[in-house]
Design a protein around this ligand. Structure first.
Ligand code: ADP
Ligand code: MG
Ligand code: ZN
Length: 612
């Protein structure tokens, strides 16, 4: 993709401005250039010339006398001397009296300066102004204009298709989104077919999904596939300090777009301007005006003209409902986190850019990176390549990739942060506690890898759990088992050391959230049945929840959450008690090796069982 540069101001303007300045400087600072040179003479010469009648014109000023000879060719000046009869004598000598000898510059220059020059200056300034106004209408950004009016145009970037542009094939997975967008591209290429059918293209499409899932990338791919101009602007660029500026930018953008139709306008992060208007006193006037302008412009559009508006957001819930009604962003394209297959495809797309060893198996990596977004996967591949370079290897291996999954997901390995022996032992038992509880509950996912090498993210140990298949539904038992697994770490500490540590804080958080969700959102408690006690307000950004129940019910919820977690904690404790030998053996192995893979773990676990 190439960004089109706005054309440079013609050189001739700078020349004209320079010339004007030069002339003005001359007139004010070097008057003699244009004026006749004046010859200074003594008073006696003046007296003699008066006596002989050789004076043509004379002017008596307060501090000097200016005069010319009979033919008005030479100019003279002399000082003032108290001379009462001077005027009379001059009159008698036949001299003419004048009041502006000095201003009698050469006639041509005089006409130039007093009549032509002002006109020239005004014409030039006028032309510059009109020119810049016209340019502002055409392409918005214009330095001259912004200087004069203190504002800018819509500063949308115009992309034109180029050979190295992003194509749909560069976006892995997201097939539904691609299909929906392909239809739009198709319309822009071939509006006639749609017109004959009497169908009109959707005016706008809203890409919504969590950060890093490729919304911006998809929009760029549309630009790369469609042979039409592509305006790209971020929602935050509309937000200005002064009320009304954002609205005028929106107007500018749409004026440009309708001139270039058919074309695509892409507004990234539209939530910056598209938030729900709250109608309260002291709302954000500027933002609301901008939004209103956007709504108006989208309505005023002729759909057959072929201007398609794409927008991206990760907070679709916070958008103003008016934006989402049919006729505006009537098409909503969900761009979700990739599933297993999608992750594998994304890894492959990015893997093409680096040199890979033969042993690389992306399906394993995709399995490990459950829940990673496209951006994170791209990062994983890049980290792996960086690691290979650090190792001075010419290819990126499967180990590099696996290591970088951990790096990206769990933070960098902290080589220099050493655990004391006692801490290492506690962490070993803690992590094995999680893994053992998970492995012993038939429905829990087996363990892929456990390490006790501290990460910069703060996690001391790290148990990587891999789900055999992608899970979309979790049943009650699975959720309960998950809580038990989370409690397993703390349970092991209690059992072995009779003492508890701060290491379980993250587990506690997660277990509580799960237990709470089971009761308030998934209807998994007997008492509340299918009543939603909490609503998710921010689906894509963290998933904050807000309670929707009375204070008494809240108390009950809290009691139930505590009871559920306690019950699962107890269960974990029991599982560990039953498998105490294995716990010791596995923890010792982890303590010695610092890492244990899933296979090693299962080997030890099963070997023991045979012996029993
Ligand atoms: P957002 O949804 O936040 O706008 P981006 O489109 O900016 O995310 O994606 C960030 C980066 O992640 C992209 O530049 C790309 O490298 C990578 N990426 C995300 N999704 C995909 C995908 N489906 N296929 C390939 N790369 C992807
Ligand atoms: Mg984006
Ligand atoms: Zn833990």
């Amino acid at each position: 993709m190439q960004e089109m540069k706005s054309p440079k101001k013609p050189l001739i303007y700078y020349c004209l401005i320079g010339l004007t300045l030069y002339l003005l400087l001359n007139i004010f600072f070097f008057p003699n250039v244009l004026r006749r040179t004046v010859q200074e003479v003594g008073y006696d010469t003046f007296m003699d010339m008066t006596e002989n009648g050789e004076i043509g014109t004379v002017e008596i000023e307060s501090n000097q006398i200016l005069f010319t000879d009979k033919d008005n060719t030479t100019y003279y000046k002399t000082g003032i001397i108290d001379d009462p009869n001077l005027v009379e004598r001059l009159y008698n000598s036949g001299a003419e009296f004048s009041s502006d000898i000095v201003e009698q510059v050469s006639p041509v220059a005089y006409v130039l300066i007093s009549y032509v020059l002002p006109i020239v200056i005004f014409v030039v300034i006028g032309r510059i102004l009109t020119k810049s106004m016209r340019k502002r209408m055409n392409d918005g950004a214009n330095p001259m204009n912004s200087m004069m009016f203190g504002q800018r145009g819509s500063n949308a970037k115009v992309y034109v298709k180029s050979s190295d542009g992003i194509k749909f094939s560069d976006v892995a997975g997201e097939d539904e989104a691609k299909d929906l967008l392909r239809e739009i591209v198709d319309f822009l290429h071939n509006p006639q077919a749609y017109k004959e059918m009497g169908a009109s293209c959707p005016k706008g499409a809203l890409l919504s999904g969590p950060p890093g899932t490729g919304k911006t990338l998809l929009a760029k791919a549309v630009a790369g596939e469609a042979n039409v101009p592509f305006f790209s602007i971020s929602g935050s660029e509309f937000v200005e300090m002064f009320v009304g500026m954002g609205a005028s930018k929106v107007r500018d953008l749409f004026r440009q777009a309708s001139e270039k139709a058919p074309c695509i306008v892409f507004i990234d992060e539209i939530d910056a301007i598209g938030k729900k208007r709250n109608g309260q006193y002291g709302g954000n006037d500027e933002r609301e005006q901008t939004l209103n302008q956007l709504l108006t412009e989208m309505d005023g559009f002729d759909a057959t003209k072929g201007v398609v508006i794409l927008a991206a957001t990760n907070q679709p819930d916070s958008l103003d409902p008016a934006l989402l009604r049919p006729g505006r962003f009537d098409r909503r394209i969900p761009v979700d986190l990739p599933d297993l297959k999608g992750r594998e495809e994304i890894l492959e797309v990015h893997g093409k850019k680096i040199k890979l060893a033969d042993n690389v198996d992306f399906s394993v990596i995709a399995r490990m990176a459950s829940g990673a977004s496209g951006a994170e996967l791209a990062n994983i591949v890049n980290e792996a390549a960086l690691r290979a370079v650090r190792r001075k290897s010419s290819v990126t291996t499967q180990e590099d990739l696996m290591e970088s999954v951990e790096t990206v997901i769990a933070g960098y390995q902290k080589k220099n942060r050493l655990l004391s022996d006692k801490e290492k032992l506690i962490v070993s038992y803690h992590e094995i506690g999680h893994a053992l509880v998970a492995a012993k509950q038939s429905n829990s996912a087996p363990v892929q890898k456990i390490t006790i090498i501290p990460r910069t993210s703060g996690a001391l140990g790290y148990t990587m759990q891999v789900e055999e298949q992608e899970h979309f539904l979790m049943n009650r038992t699975e959720m309960e088992n998950k809580i038990a697994t989370l409690a397993g770490g703390r349970a092991a500490e209690e059992m072995i050391f009779g003492e508890i540590t701060t290491g379980a804080s993250n587990d506690i958080e997660q277990a509580t959230r799960l237990a709470r969700a089971m009761i308030t959102r998934y209807g998994m408690s007997d008492e509340f049945d299918m009543v939603a006690l909490e609503t998710v307000t921010n689906q894509y950004l963290g998933g904050d929840t807000s309670l929707a129940c009375s204070a008494e019910t809240q108390t009950k919820i809290d009691e139930k959450v505590v009871a559920l977690v306690k019950q699962e904690h107890q269960k974990a404790r029991q599982i560990l008690e039953e498998n105490k030998d294995k716990l010791h053996e596995l923890a010792k192995y982890l303590y010695d090796h610092e890492t244990i893979t899933g296979e090693e773990f299962m080997q030890i676990l099963e070997a023991q069982e045979e012996r029993e």
